[in-house]
Design a protein around this ligand. Sequence first.
Ligand code: ADP
Length: 225
Amino acid sequence: MLHFDKVYKKYNGCMALDGISFRVSPREFVSVVGHSGAGKTTLLKMLLAEERPTDGSVFFEQTDIYNLPSREMNALRRRIGVVFQDYRLLQNRTAYENIAFAMEASGKSDDEIAADVPHALELVDLGEKMWNFPHELSGGEKQRVAIARAIVNQPDVLIADEPTGNLDPMNTYDIVQILKRINDLGTTVMLTTHNKGVIDSLGRRVITMEHGKIVRDDPEGRYVL
Ligand code: ADP
């Protein structure tokens, strides 16, 4: 479903990605680990087409995403949901409104929004906090709102860039369980993390990066750094 083919990304002399090649199958759960600066975030950026690779190709299904006209690129981006370490919620909107906003932005009707937002919040076990604002939620709850927002438009791929980076172990555990649940429902998940516990509790594929290169690719997660 995803295919990186000899992808290079150079930033003013710094080789952030140094010839990365790998494939991800539909419904896979792949974690990318590595020290700070290894190139994990850059790799995800290539998938979101936020920046162009210096060389190489990134395929989404059969499509070379960097050969797409911008209109089609935008359509493709809508097939990818994203979650960040710092949640990125709208502070003056409730949990419900944050998610509704993502649906409005992709042209969904009011009826669809009214039906799907509560469902997405239930999927992340947050149905009872629908009308709370972000400042009334814990870090773990904020991240669950962010996950609900990322999946409400039913993307094919969910990208989570250090989603548990600001969370304590209990909340981290909950977020990992929710990501697993979303994966079990059929969404491909790509996660970056520094957290050995997360990797060990997942027991799924782990790609290890060092200095812009893939140095390990284990089908059943071990965190070796
Ligand atoms: P990680 O996510 O594994 O911590 P990054 O992908 O953020 O690593 O960064 C990989 C390397 O690329 C680092 O050396 C970083 O300093 C460099 N880098 C990342 N983004 C930029 C940028 N916009 N400009 C210059 N250098 C960058």
